[in-house]
Design a protein around this ligand. Sequence first.
Ligand SMILES: CC(C)(COP(=O)(O)OP(=O)(O)OC[C@H]1O[C@@H](n2cnc3c(N)ncnc32)[C@H](O)[C@@H]1OP(=O)(O)O)[C@@H](O)C(=O)NCCC(=O)NCCS
Length: 165
Amino acid sequence: MIIRPLTARDRDRILEIVTATGNFTPQEIAVALEVIDDALAGDPEYLVNVLEADPGRVVGYECHGPTPLTEGTWDLYWIAVDPAAQGGGFGRALLEHAERDVRARDGRLLLIETSSQESYGATIRFYERCGYPLMARIKEFYRPGDDKLIFGRALRPAEALEKSR
Ligand SMILES: CC(C)(COP(=O)(O)OP(=O)(O)OC[C@H]1O[C@@H](n2cnc3c(N)ncnc32)[C@H](O)[C@@H]1OP(=O)(O)O)[C@@H](O)C(=O)NCCC(=O)NCCS
């Protein structure tokens, strides 16, 4: 398994993966692709990495970036694993990779926003299992009955981690 930065050749495969998850609306898929295109164009707001389970076989990706107008707060914007490969630790590996990158860039807080809809239940359990407790809830944010949930984790800087080893 390797995790490497996005290249233009990954675009179609990422579209396949986000579509296959069944979790995203057409509008959300369009936004996911816009973000991929921005990242490919070199936009520093979006850092995207893909995971190859075997050489050349991309099964997931993640996108994170610095939260505008903050010092050291970052957002995980997207994370998705091909349903055929879910449950194999790839999502966790992608999230840990994003954490290492954020630490290396002096980030101290990584946030993940999601919806309270039933269809996100599995994703919520994934965040909690990966050490991201619920930090905030904005009721009825997306639409009546659909809250915005913000999960988060304080990250120690890479330097402090080195010293504690
Ligand atoms: C969320 C997602 C990325 C997780 O990827 P994954 O590769 O299946 O997750 P992993 O195998 O690395 O699981 C990591 C941990 O989460 C837990 N977990 C994952 N899916 C779970 C589920 N459906 N129910 C309960 N726990 C779950 C695993 O048990 C594991 O915990 P453990 O290591 O303590 O046993 C994947 O399910 C996905 O792509 N979902 C659809 C897209 C989505 O909703 N993305 C987030 C919004 S941008």
